[in-house]
Design a protein around this ligand. Structure first.
Ligand SMILES: OC[C@H]1O[C@H](O[C@H]2O[C@H](CO)[C@@H](O)[C@H](O)[C@H]2O)[C@H](O)[C@@H](O)[C@@H]1O
Length: 611
């Protein structure tokens, strides 16, 4: 009833209507109800509103090691202070000795006014831990050669070729395998014992990440490193078999959330280059298992459109309502404004669910762009997630067809058509000519949410154009639609001097203005270039050139590839967010190589920034 009153937007009228039928509602109570509803109807949905009706909430519980390392993280912050403090470092530390011995020594450390003195902390860390990352050992990728045959055949400019070869050689820096120690003493490591070599993003990201791996693989394929690419997929398949989904990253503390589902796309890219059907056959059961994770239980949302059609869509939803272990000190600080435990838990769930989106953090998930405590990710049905799931359906249907499994082909083909229809019905906004995230205004136990146009979020994000990515696979948009979307993109404010900005909100979060991220550039560029429109292809090339130039300029001044860039100026590195900007960097290297392969670089075209 509460929910119906709220949704009506006219609390007093509804109460008046109810009063005659409910004589037991006293004046005082109805006044209280009215004021409460009035306040609630103007408060935007926020973290505390969620999670009261979760049916499928199986979590992997925290291991004793993670609990201890989190405690160590919190004590280290008290000793060292917040400047330059990276909480992730502590939960990545491998134990030298058994946990019981380490804990006993920890409790014996002296404390001055409750704080461990710095020299004692350092001595303790040296005696009982290896360095963070020591359990991921360097391994020479066997399929790496300094200049692969037929490498970037369309790149003629000598400066660009030299640079591209340097970026290609970065795969060697980022190549790792899990040390034998992890297999021997798994309880001493938060790292998971992945069976095959990996490519890591770099710097503080010392382990495999799920969606990063897609663009890493795109680059590895340009570098003709097919075995390394397959090894990454085999590791992710191993995670699906062990946990039922691909983890956010290959650490035990990431077990209760995933990241954007791009595993089938990785298999598809590898198959397209190698024609290895056996590889597809081995991966397919895990792709189907992962698909179930995304379309059922807490990830599933049903929405009835204005014509009465029911659509099954998906959202991000972490099975976790505590601080993220890798950022626990930060999350506890952010949650300190919530007074009671259940509000804190709801907030922590929103935080972890936002990490599942890959866009952590962004105004996209906040009802107030400047207030992290208004994160509402579990109440949002996101355009990009459903675009990726459409692609999963198309990919699985294709693989099944190649393998002669007609029943699976038909099932997934049908599912892809249903999602295509759903994307059009729920996300498409014909006035803006963009696809908009849909906010379910309550997170209660409704079976089916009724579509209301006002629940589309009309703020501008790069994600509003992500469905273009699927133009390659859908039967094609008509050309008038493409032109309209193109115009809408060009007027959106997202296209800046050095690439596509993530959003228009300058609030200090890293997935917001003025940052541009390699994966988003690549998705939108691929969408535009596959639209069949010449103008869209030219725009795709223009964005690629801006992006390549800014990567080059930053590489020249800093000697590194970066995780994100500030697209307001050529050669500017990105910032904001909860950790220091990182270098390395897996997906940026992959996207750069993929763009150079696609668009090439003529001999006489300048690579330097245009003023
Ligand atoms: O430690 C904070 C967060 O760091 C990761 O997120 C960021 O880096 C990832 C690796 O490049 C990338 O996949 C993600 O999109 C970035 O926002 C991590 O994935 C988060 O879960 C973590 O909380």
């Amino acid at each position: 009833m509460f929910y119906c009153i709220l949704k009506s937007g006219k609390p007093m009228a509804v109460i008046k209507h109810l009063l005659p039928k409910m004589p037991y509602l006293s004046f005082h109570f109805s006044f209280f109800l009215f004021s409460t509803l009035l306040v609630m109807s103007v408060i935007p949905p926020r973290a505390a509103a969620s999670s009261s009706c979760i049916v499928d909430d199986r979590t992997y519980s925290t291991t004793p090691l993670v609990s201890f390392l989190q405690r160590l993280q919190s004590e280290a912050l008290k000793t060292l202070g917040p400047s330059s403090f990276d909480p992730k470092f502590y939960v990545d530390l491998p134990l030298k000795k058994d946990l019981s011995l380490t804990e006993a020594a920890f409790w014996k450390l002296p404390r001055v006014k409750g704080i461990i003195p710095e020299n004692h902390l350092h001595r303790f860390l040296e005696a009982y831990f290896d360095d963070a990352g020591d359990d991921m050992v360097y391994t020479e990728p066997e399929d790496f050669v300094p200049e692969p045959v037929e490498f970037l055949p369309k790149v003629f400019n000598p400066k660009v070729r030299v640079w591209a070869l340097e970026v290609h050689s970065l795969w060697k820096n980022l190549s790792r395998r899990v040390s034998d120690n992890v297999k021997k003493y798994p309880e001493r490591h938060t790292l998971l014992p992945l069976p095959e070599p990996v490519i890591i993003p770099g710097s503080r990201f010392r382990e495999v990440y799920y969606w990063d791996s897609y663009w890493i693989i795109r680059g590895l394929l340009v570098s003709k490193m097919y075995d390394t690419a397959k090894a990454i997929v085999n590791n992710l398949v191993w995670l699906v078999d062990a946990y039922g989904h691909v983890l956010n990253g290959a650490r035990v503390y990431y077990a209760n959330r995933s990241q954007p589902p791009l595993l089938s796309s990785m298999v598809m890219e590898i198959y397209t280059r190698t024609g290895d059907l056996e590889f597809v056959r081995k991966s397919l059961p895990s792709l189907m298992k992962e698909y179930t994770f995304w379309i059922s239980g807490i990830h599933k949302v049903m929405i009835r459109d204005l014509h009465g059609h029911k659509h099954s869509l998906s959202r991000y939803y972490a099975r976790w309502n505590k601080p993220r272990p890798e950022s626990a000190t930060i999350d506890e600080e952010s949650a300190s404004k919530f007074l009671n435990d259940s509000d804190k838990e709801a907030f922590y769930r929103e935080v972890a669910s936002t990490a599942e989106t890959g866009w952590d953090f962004s105004s996209r998930w906040m009802s107030n762009s400047f207030d992290l405590s208004t994160l509402s990710t579990t109440s949002i049905v996101p355009v990009d997630l459903n675009t990726y799931l459409y692609k999963v359906e198309v990919d699985i249907a294709f693989f099944a067809q190649q393998l002669g499994d007609i029943k699976t082909y038909e099932k997934f083909f049908k599912a892809s058509k249903a999602r295509q229809f759903a994307i059009r019905s729920i996300f498409w906004n014909a006035e803006m000519n963009q696809w908009l995230d849909y906010w379910i205004r309550s997170n209660d136990c409704e079976d089916v949410h009724q579509f209301e146009a006002r629940n589309q979020n009309d703020r501008i994000f790069a994600s509003n154009f992500i469905p273009m990515w699927n133009w390659k696979h859908s039967s094609g948009e008509n050309s008038i639609m493409v032109e309209r979307i193109l115009e809408s993109f060009q007027k959106s404010g997202l296209l800046r001097g050095a690439g596509i900005v993530t959003s228009l909100s300058n609030n200090g979060q890293q997935w917001d203005f003025p940052n541009g991220w390699s994966p988003l550039q690549h998705i939108i560029i691929e969408g535009l270039s596959n639209s069949g429109s010449k103008a869209a292809w030219e725009l795709a090339q223009d964005i690629a050139v801006r992006w390549i130039r800014t990567n080059y300029a930053a590489y020249n001044t800093t000697g590194a590839m970066h995780e994100k860039y500030d697209v307001e100026g050529c050669g500017k590195v990105g910032g904001g967010g909860e950790y220091k900007p990182q270098t390395g960097f897996g997906w940026s290297n992959g996207v750069l190589l993929a763009l150079l392969e696609e668009f090439g670089w003529p001999f006489d075209k300048d690579i330097e920034c245009r003023s």
